[in-house]
Design a binder for this molecule. Structure first.
Ligand code: F6P
Length: 749
């Protein structure tokens, strides 16, 4: 037995200065009603009532084991002086006041020792003792709005006496009935907390490309390329589009060679190929490439069949190295396409083609991020970065003239250096190289084909844009953000020079008509467009086409949040399907207010939840937006460990616990899932998030959100199981033409 009181003097004083109010919550545990005795509270302040027991405030049943009374008081109250008492609801006799001194709450802090409430019913022999919980928290206008809305929605009488429980301008009823929050002037910035990895500032996507190895090692660089670093694949070179009208059916697909149509199966999820214990090999970083073998308890590894299977494959050590760190379809495809196909097909070069300012670098950065997230070892090689290192950042348009032999040779040379680096990296285990340059003549492309013969398969990815407004906007972004113009103080002069450079390229430009290619025509404009593919086959190329079809640059926010705290969270149990705790319910209300405020100016938005109760309940107070439930958003399935605490797993299944500690990414719970499984199954969610043009609120779970967040933040696979995704916090991913930006809001602890 005891008493618990939460005191938060710091936040109280902070709030006091800011004019907040105190939210006081009084609870009494486990009272079995004696006759018709109900717990009440009375006290000195007019807010509680008075020392007249007939005016005492009745507590309400909050749950089978708890009675509750809460109210809001102005922050400038001095002392709340009160006591618990037991009496019938509608009469004043009998009336039993708790023993001991009055309880004093001064400035949000409970004075004196915390104690239970002790009632003496009839003489010494009949005593009742109940735990009580007294909590006083400063509330911001945001909390008050949540409280007010909860009151409106539940149509319960306010328990507040004397003062309104909302200190904001209340809109006329009609307006709130329509779900409008126009008058809820909540300061969302108040809830912003720093992201674990800072993500601010301008990031030029080309600078996120590989550091030119050959030039740096050889010490051949004239000056800085103007690189800056950043955590995310962010670009300022992207093409702006405001409305993306195309859908898959609007896109024309031209197939050059009917025998080489990329098979539909390349886009279909397949089941996991099972475990491949003989291939187990632990390496740090991105170098090791393994098919998912679901690290776990030995009794669950189908070792006999797995070794038979792998020996049938007769994989050489190089082949084993090329297995992607991925589960399910990616793993199956790796076996089928890469292990059994021609050796050079194990490595893929996506060679960009296109005039300057067509969004090539943005596309390259985005594709790199996607493929890495899927588990393919992928790198972005930007020839512009090589050029800037070797020849400086301030080359004028003349350098790019086709009839300038020195310029031409210099440009071909840096392209060859970048290609050399890319091929060398592939020899070391790299799987997909994204080669980012204009590559706008057949001659240049022939050079690249020759260099990569027998070493990798080349697919050209050509970006064509016929919309003059978009080109103009891209050019302007380029002058603002490219290191090429960082030292040009005169914007107009920069503009003239870049247009001249562009004209030089246009004079000799030859669209791709050779080899395997994907052509994106007016796709980024958001006005439909076409994608043409020629001589494309295999799982990965099919996947790439599918991704490119679905991506666009419409700026929009994506809000990621875990469900509110659940009863299992409180008990420290994993998985399960319990409802929300009290704190979880409060978060659900706060989240609804947040969403209403944050998305109030959006024409449309949707709310996606998992199919688990705790996520659905968290979404339930949100009104006015369509809600969609996805199995793909369900929490990682802990199989036989579902419902256990980590402590219980450690005690009862120490081997499992150890295996997970060692390799959390690949560890698969017995009869359950691994993080790699979760990544695989969340891929359709990523594709749909890319395809959506309106904001989306995703209410899911820790492991799944780690997987989704890692995609946007470009975090390596091995970090995914350890990414910080706290409860009661919203991660806002801003998708835009300048790349991806993150902002976090913490609504409560
Ligand atoms: O504890 C909450 C929870 O969502 C569990 O249901 C789930 O198993 C776990 O988090 C995932 O986190 P981790 O992979 O760190 O155990």
């Amino acid at each position: 037995m005891g008493t618990s009181a939460s005191k938060n003097p710091d936040s109280f004083h902070g709030g006091r200065e800011g004019g907040g109010q105190l939210y006081v919550s009084l609870k009494m545990e486990n009272l079995k009603i004696r006759g018709d005795l109900i717990p009440h509270v009375y006290g000195s302040s007019s807010i509680i009532g008075s020392w007249d027991s007939s005016k005492a405030l009745s507590m309400e049943r909050e749950s089978a084991s708890m009675w509750e009374l809460s109210f809001v008081v102005p922050s400038n109250h001095e002392t709340l002086d009160f006591k618990f008492l037991l009496k019938p609801k509608y009469s004043n006799a009998p009336c039993v006041v708790e023993e001991g001194p009055n309880r004093l709450l001064t400035g949000g802090t409970l004075e004196g020792d915390a104690r239970s409430a002790l009632f003496k019913l009839s003489g010494d022999e009949d005593e009742l003792e109940y735990r009580v919980f007294i909590k006083a928290d400063i509330v911001s206008p945001f909390d008050l709005a949540a409280s007010w809305r909860a009151y409106q929605e539940n149509l319960q009488p306010s328990r507040v006496r004397g003062i309104p429980d909302v200190s904001i301008n209340v809109a006329p009823d009609a307006e709130f009935e329509n779900g409008s929050a126009a008058s809820l002037e909540l300061d969302l910035e108040h809830y912003v907390v720093p992201a674990p990895t800072a993500s601010s500032g301008v990031v030029y996507a080309a600078n996120l490309a590989e550091t030119p190895r050959s030039l740096v090692h050889a010490g051949i660089f004239s000056k800085s390329d103007g690189s800056s670093s950043g955590w995310h694949s962010s670009s300022k070179t992207g093409v702006v589009s405001t409305d993306h009208a195309n859908s898959k059916k609007d896109i024309e697909v031209t197939i050059g060679d009917p025998t080489n149509i990329f098979p539909a199966s390349g886009m279909v999820e397949s089941k996991s190929v099972g475990t491949f214990s003989p291939l187990q090999k632990q390496q740090d970083g991105q170098k090791g490439l393994f098919v998912d073998r679901g690290v776990g308890s030995p009794r669950l590894v189908k070792s006999a069949s797995a070794s038979a299977f792998t020996s049938d494959l007769n994989l050489d050590s190089e082949a084993k190295k090329d297995m992607p760190a991925a589960a399910g379809a990616v793993a199956a495809a790796a076996v089928a396409d890469q292990m059994l196909g021609p050796k050079e097909d194990r490595r893929l070069a996506i060679v960009l083609v296109g005039l300057p300012a067509r969004g090539k670098t943005f596309t390259a950065a985005k594709l790199t991020r996607y493929l890495r997230w899927l588990g393919h070892e992928t790198k972005h090689f930007n020839v512009g970065k090589y050029r800037r290192l070797k020849h400086g950042t301030n080359q004028s348009a003349d350098f790019f003239r086709a009839d300038n032999p020195e310029g031409l040779e210099a440009r071909n040379e840096v392209a060859a250096l970048a290609m050399d680096d890319m091929l060398a990296w592939m020899q070391e285990g790299g799987q997909v190289g994204i080669f980012d340059a204009t590559n706008s003549t057949r001659r240049r492309r022939n050079m690249l084909i020759k260099m990569s013969e027998g070493k990798c398969k080349i697919i050209f990815l050509e970006t064509i844009c016929n919309d003059e407004r978009i080109i103009e906007r891209n050019i302007r972004l380029k002058i603002q953000q490219s290191p090429d113009y960082a030292e040009e103080p005169d914007f107009e002069a920069g503009l003239r020079d870049f247009k001249e450079r562009l004209a030089n390229y246009e004079k000799v430009y030859e669209p791709v008509e050779e080899g395997s290619y994907i052509k994106m025509i007016d796709m980024v404009s958001g006005q439909g467009g076409q994608i043409q593919v020629n001589n494309i086959s295999g799982y990965l190329p099919g996947r790439i086409v599918f991704f490119l079809v679905n991506t666009h640059l419409t700026p929009r926010p994506i809000l990621l949040t875990r469900h509110g705290e659940s009863l299992d969270n409180v008990r420290g149990r994993i998985g399960g399907d319990t409802v929300l705790s009290e704190a979880g319910e409060l978060y659900a209300k706060k989240l609804a207010n947040f969403v209403e405020k944050r998305l109030k100016s959006e024409r449309t938005a949707s709310i996606w939840t998992s199919t688990l109760q705790r996520a659905i309940l968290t979404a339930s107070p949100i009104v006015g937006f369509p809600k969609i439930q996805w199995r793909a958003l369900d929490e990682i399935y802990a199989g036989v460990c579902d419902g256990m605490s980590y402590e219980e797993i450690k005690r009862n299944m120490p081997e499992e616990y150890e295996s997970r500690e060692k390799d959390k990414l690949r560890y698969r719970y017995p009869r359950g899932e691994s993080y790699l499984d979760v990544i695989q199954r969340s891929e359709p969610v990523i594709i749909e998030l890319e395809r959506q043009r309106a904001p989306v609120v995703v209410i899911s779970h820790q492991a799944v959100l780690r997987a989704l967040y890692a995609y946007f933040a470009d975090r390596p696979l091995k970090e995914i199981p350890h990414i910080e995704v706290p409860l009661h916090t919203i991660i806002e991913i801003q998708m835009g033409v300048t790349g991806v930006q993150e902002k976090r809001y913490k609504l409560m602890d």
